[in-house]
Design a protein around this ligand. Structure first.
Ligand code: IPT
Length: 948
């Protein structure tokens, strides 16, 4: 119950830290709200807030107050998931790199780890507490930890740790219920289980897994059939909650790409798998992800690349034209108007042959004293067959075989339906509808119902009435009026039909047309968009965001991608005027038949100019001065610790630790310098490095390039056996090792401590010499955990010279640099940086998302980082991929001013590399009410006197 109202929590996941533009948060919330969802679930990434232990900061793009405000403005509740652990394909699963230095097992009550956790919660807890609904904020629920479920073999869960996390949140002022996210329905921490128990039990489920390379293949997936039965055993007193259900998938380095994930987890997946979840009576339902976003600035874990599009309903560029977005609108709206669902008794999925006339069809009922819901799917849920069936179900009018007027229903391929029996709509009751209910409204004496079906399907409804049907538009098929009951059939086509039956108006739509209808809450009197008040239904096009009615004028806001005809289908009060995005529609039509008003809104193609990147005036600098004899590393960190705490995943095998986190370097890239004096007999150098999946490493002795491990996307560590050139006896030499740090691993299984897998040099041998004869220095980002850029956070910068100088920031001192384009590139192994700036003057009133696109015909091994106004928004690996297009949101890009880009080019073999093609591309042209988008803070370059 929320403020006295019983709600199904219908939620999508969205991570503000993956869209570092607070000015766009409302955009995402509105796009989720427009689906009929009421909630968003979000993680907090500890690693971005406490880059150094005790130095916590949640300001600017990492702030929460604007996130809470945007949620409230949209009328969205929040489920807060602040960790400490989140997983989430984030570096370290959300644990800061310095956690690698704790001695005890992570995710246990080991004192130094718990101390770190309590320190964090003492900071994040009060921030979350301020956002709770009890203080007028949007937060309804809080999830402590995440999937605290999988102990390593030979261990048990440390329940005292879970309890300590909860205690810390309560101490910080959290009063809303705790919900957990069990890593499948194991029943851990359900109410009544003692230490660590939560208020509401919940679990996650990803039945199709995370391999998008066979996007049409559903076999091998698991298909849950017992979720409700298990829930009744585990947590009968709490609403059934799936805290993460699969909404897409992540994709690894070298993977097939997110468009394939969007196919694997498409609208058909939503229909079959989500409806299966409804058959279990799920009441708290969160889809992971609703909007994925971007792993900008090294925040991701090693396995994943920059895009976190996730194949979700809202694409990374914030567009909403994936069909899976529209499908969700049909489903979520149904539950908004079906309160019976919340009290319905789910039935067992087995033994359901009694309801359908064929065993190919599985039917699961949910029943109440009045209404029942029948969830229909193929028994073989992967089936693509077209299966005719009839349904035999009990009703208030006795047992019925549907359809009643002959013929059969059909299930077309990967589909699932919810058929309703004795379903109230206003003061009417549908005896049944085989077509699915999208929504209905009831105002005064008039009730409007929207039903939909798949193309070509036959559907049938019946209701008790004496009224004769009046066809207002289109046509229907067979009908029958007898004994006070009206029954009629129709065949679904893209020609809609409208039927009046007394005070009831029924719209018969095909699914594709239904996608164009929007159900919008009107604000309550106090302006709140949490309004449970009566919505308007409007047929429009691409997106509607908000609706208001004042003195007969319906004011809509939203987005268009084409000239669109608007039609007001239902409104609680009389509407005789219409405005869209503040402009009044001049030519209103009023339908004689329905009384609905309509208007056409023109899409106007704006003038816009997108600069040609490669023809900009580029400047370049060498960014590997470290290999030059004159280079001075006296300010570097000495890698001289003979001891490390970090022995969970391997024992230290070098004389001093060369683990980057032991020296405070936790992301981006790493450079090591190993000093030794030659005896002239060294012939081979072998070195084992570890940077995480997708990483690579290059090694020099002096200026002489020894070789690279270019990486293959899979290996997280590698041993290079390198041949040395003749060295001169008695002469000092420096080995320079550049390692890509791809982010830390996650730490799912408890006691595995995989997050502690070190980054840097694991081991080395200089043939004929003892290891201790090399003395090492190390650097990562300038300052390490005392990071320089407080605005863009602790992980945005790496070890490269130009980064340490801060030249990736806006306005670098390019007058000192030479001219040179990334398309010319370099002819040796090494690192160069390229700088350019350009102005944008994008038209107001439009959303024109832009991507930076690399085009290369060669597979030459190189790595590139793209900085836009100082934010690292791309890590491109030419020979691994798959990502070539890097969306950068407005707000990071200045659409009305100057933009600075910096590009690193790490050529990994001795013949060099070049960026053959790089261009800016717009991925959509949308006329919108949204904007202007406030720029994220983007402080410019200032000299860094301590940089080396
Ligand atoms: C689940 C995590 O809770 C979530 O953070 C994310 O990592 C997701 O997986 C995959 O995208 S864990 C579940 C797959 C066992």
């Amino acid at each position: 119950m929320i403020n006295g109202e019983r709600l199904m929590i219908y939620s999508g996941e969205f991570h503000p830290f993956r869209l570092p533009v607070p000015g766009l948060w409302l955009d995402i919330f509105q796009k989720i709200k427009a689906l009929g969802f009421n909630t968003v679930s979000f993680y907090v990434d500890w690693a971005l807030l406490e880059g150094k232990q005790g130095d916590f900061s949640a300001e600017g793009v990492f702030g929460f107050e604007p996130f809470f405000k945007a949620a409230k403005d949209a009328g969205i509740y929040l489920l807060a998931r602040p960790g400490p652990y989140i997983n989430a394909e984030s570096s370290g699963g959300g644990f800061p790199g310095w956690i690698q230095r704790t001695r005890g097992h992570i995710r246990t009550s080991a004192p130094d780890f718990l101390n770190a956790v309590e320190g964090y919660i003492s900071k994040i807890g009060p921030i979350m507490a301020e956002g709770q609904i009890t203080k007028g904020g949007p937060i309804l629920l809080l999830q402590p930890e995440n999937e605290y479920s999988h102990p390593e073999d030979g261990h048990v869960l440390d329940k005292a740790y879970m309890q300590a996390v909860e205690d810390a949140y309560r101490k910080a002022g959290i009063v809303v219920p705790f919900i957990n996210n069990d890593g499948l329905n194991y029943g851990y921490f359900a109410p009544g289980t003692g230490l660590g128990e939560v208020d509401i039990y919940g679990h996650d489920s990803y039945p199709l897994g995370f391999d998008c390379s066979h996007p049409y293949n559903w076999t091998g997936s698991y298909f849950p059939t017992d979720f409700y039965a298990v829930h009744e055993q585990q947590s009968p007193s709490t609403p059934y909650a799936i805290v993460e259900f699969q909404g897409g998938s992540f994709d690894p380095w070298g993977g097939p790409g997110y468009d394939d994930c969007a196919i694997l987890l498409n609208n058909e997946f939503e229909r079959v798998y989500y409806k299966n979840d409804y058959s279990f009576g799920v009441k708290i339902f969160n889809l992971y992800m609703g909007y994925g976003g971007t792993n900008w600035g090294n925040l991701g874990f090693a396995v994943g690349y920059t895009s976190y599009d996730y194949g979700g309903p809202i694409k990374e560029d914030r567009t909403v034209w994936r069909e899976k977005y529209s499908e969700l609108k049909l489903q979520a709206n149904f539950f908004k108007v079906s309160p019976g669902y919340l009290i319905a008794q789910p039935h067992n999925q087995t033994n359901q042959s009694e309801y359908a006339n064929t065993s190919e069809i599985n039917v699961t009922p949910l029943t109440t004293n009045l209404t029942s819901f029948y969830v229909v799917r193929h028994t073989d849920w992967t089936s693509t067959a077209t299966t005719p069936y009839t349904l035999r179900v009990p009703s208030s009018a006795g047992n019925l075989t549907l359809p009643q007027l002959g013929g059969s229903l059909t299930l077309n391929g990967r589909d699932s339906k919810v058929h309703v029996i004795d379903y109230p709509v206003g003061s009417h009751v549908l005896l049944y509808s085989t077509a699915e209910v999208f929504t209905w409204t009831s105002y005064g004496s008039k009730t409007t119902v929207l039903l939909y079906g798949g193309p070509g399907e036959t559907h049938e409804i019946a209701l008790e009435t004496d009224a004769h049907p009046k066809i207002i538009e289109g046509h229907i098929g067979k009908s029958k009026i007898a004994g006070g009951r009206l029954t009629f059939q129709w065949r679904v086509s893209d020609q809609r039909a409208i039927v009046d039956i007394g005070s009831l108006t029924i719209y018969l739509l095909d699914r594709n047309s239904a996608y164009n209808y929007w159900v919008l809450d009107l604000p309550a009197e106090d302006g709140s968009r949490y309004s449970k008040s009566d919505p308007v239904i409007v047929k429009a096009g691409y997106l509607l965001r908000t609706a208001d009615i004042k003195t007969g004028m319906l004011a809509l806001t939203g987005d268009l991608n084409a000239t669109t005809s608007f039609e007001v289908i239902s409104a609680p009060t009389k509407v005789d005027g219409l405005s869209f995005n503040g402009r009044r529609a001049s030519h209103l039509e009023e339908s004689h038949a329905t009384g609905a008003i309509s208007a056409v809104v023109e899409f106007e193609v704006p003038k816009s100019h997108i600069p040609d990147l490669l023809s900009l005036h580029w400047k370049t600098v060498d960014s590997l001065p470290e290999i030059q004899p004159s280079y001075d590393d006296s300010k570097w960190t000495k890698a001289d610790h003979t001891y490390t705490n970090n022995t969970e995943t391997r024992n230290l095998t070098t004389p001093t630790s060369l683990y980057s986190s032991d020296y405070g370097y936790n992301g981006g890239s790493l450079i090591y310098r190993g000093h030794f004096t030659a005896n002239g007999k060294e012939s081979a150098f072998s070195i084992q490095t570890q940077g995480g999946e997708g990483y690579g490493a290059s090694v020099w002795v002096g200026e002489h390039f020894l070789g690279s491990w270019i990486g293959d996307g899979d290996e997280s560590h590698f041993t290079q056996n390198l041949t040395l050139p003749p060295l001169t006896r008695g002469k000092p030499y420096v080995l320079t090792v550049l390692i890509d740090h791809m982010g830390n691993e996650e730490s799912g299984p408890i006691y595995s401590d995989t997050m502690k897998m070190p980054r840097g040099i694991l081991d080395y041998t200089l043939a004929g010499r003892s290891a201790s004869e090399i003395s090492w220095k190390v650097t990562g980002n300038l300052g390490g955990e005392d990071y320089q850029d407080r605005v863009r956070g602790p992980l945005n910068e790496g070890a490269m010279f130009a980064e340490r100088q801060g030249w990736h920031l806006p306005g670098p001192p390019t007058d000192k640099f030479s001219s040179g384009s990334p398309s010319a590139g370099v002819s040796n192994a090494g690192v160069s940086f390229y700088f350019a700036s350009f102005d944008l003057d994008m038209p107001k009133g439009y959303d024109i998302p832009l991507s930076f696109v690399f085009t290369n015909s060669s597979g030459i091994p190189y790595r590139s980082q793209l900085y836009v106004n100082g934010y690292q928004f791309g890590k491109y690996i030419n020979h691994i991929g798959p990502q070539t297009a890097f969306p950068v949101p407005e707000g990071i890009l200045n659409y009305d001013g100057t933009n600075y880009i910096a590009l690193s080019l790490w050529a990994m073999n001795s013949t060099g590399a070049k960026v053959e093609g790089l261009h800016l591309e717009s991925t959509a042209l949308i006329q919108t009410s949204y904007g202007p988008v406030e720029l994220s803070p983007m402080p410019a370059w200032r000299p860094r006197p301590d940089a080396y």
